[in-house]
Write a protein that binds this ligand. Sequence first.
Ligand SMILES: Cc1ncc(COP(=O)(O)O)c(C=O)c1O
Length: 403
Amino acid sequence: MDVPGIREDFPCLHKEINGKLPIYLDTACTALRPKQVIDAMNEYYTEFPACGGRSVHKFGTEVTIRCDESRDQLQRLLNAERPEEIIFLKNTTEGINLLSHTLGLKKGDIVLTGDKEHNSNLVPWQVLTTRAGTKHQIFKSNDDGSFSMENLKEKLSPDVKLISIAEVSNLDGSTVPAKDLIEVAHDNGSLVLFDGAQSVPHRKMDVQELDLDFLCFSIHKMCGPSGMGVLYGKYDLLDGLDTFLVGGSSVADTTYDDYKLLRPPQKFEAGLQNFAGIIGTCAAVEYLMNIGMEEIHEYEKSLNRIATDLLSNIPGLTILGPGAAYRGGITAFIIDGMEPHDVAMILDEVANVMIRSGMHCNNSWFNDHGIRGSSRASFYIYNTEDEVRIFAEELEKIVQEFR
Ligand SMILES: Cc1ncc(COP(=O)(O)O)c(C=O)c1O
């Protein structure tokens, strides 16, 4: 992978702050954007800033073509069967909320999630219990944070209609065995929704090979614009869902008394869309696919191995989750006697090393474990081995001085 070449594409990596370049290790929160994405979005605003799918003039037609291209690009990324299986939304959170409203789950149905879900894959199911009388159950991970098939199987029953789980955890990077999990779920008659916020940007995803039912992810975590997300669903499943947001662009026709909905994806894309975002999405996906999703995954793992080795020598530091090989590009850690926010603030202050700290929207897991939060470094295509070393060295100095 041509990391120096990739870094050239990210303008913010070349602007010194207090005499030093920034070291951005917070991609699990949101990724940096290359100039190809920024240019694509600017192109929309400067060249053809009109409405797609409605107006028949040249600007409108250009937007429609670009949006179709973007959907096709995402179809290729996921190896979806049809572009109509790609729904443009705001983010992962909106995708999961959409499904919680439209799956038609009813009293007594069980939604099963893991024990390390982001609030966005927890609260919608908790709310549904009050709204529809469904039940929400959790199956626990192994003690080292890895996925437990045994614990999942123990929870299965005919009432489990949906298993909704982060394919890669933002809490510790641990990854579920996707194919096995889906097979087990389908044998039980359950649908599977992957929260792909931390997986789709970082590894090859083949929804047909996996036989995955639904997948939600956020484009801002994969070098694309903020405010863009995707819901993938098997076409027949999407076609059978209830409606969520409705209005202009989601209907074929209306009278004063009635309406006729369009079919997916339009059925779920009511109102004027984020056209610059959709066009920027296409550029981001193209950018990542040109590098290669498998290469990206391998590179992140190699950085994570270095980080894990170096951090393991720091006294009082515990890395959350299983070994480096199973944590993609995420290294989350706790330091005895130090507050995670202090660690993050000092790293930023002394070395421009930007990491995340706190509960990472995984409050339920931290509360259950009586832990106040963690610090988390996450690596992506623009990070270098040198940056990882600087991060580890600076962290070690901070621990020596402040712990
Ligand atoms: C695993 C996981 N799920 C869901 C989300 C929510 O993503 P968004 O805020 O883009 O909807 C995140 C964001 O950090 C995440 O890491």
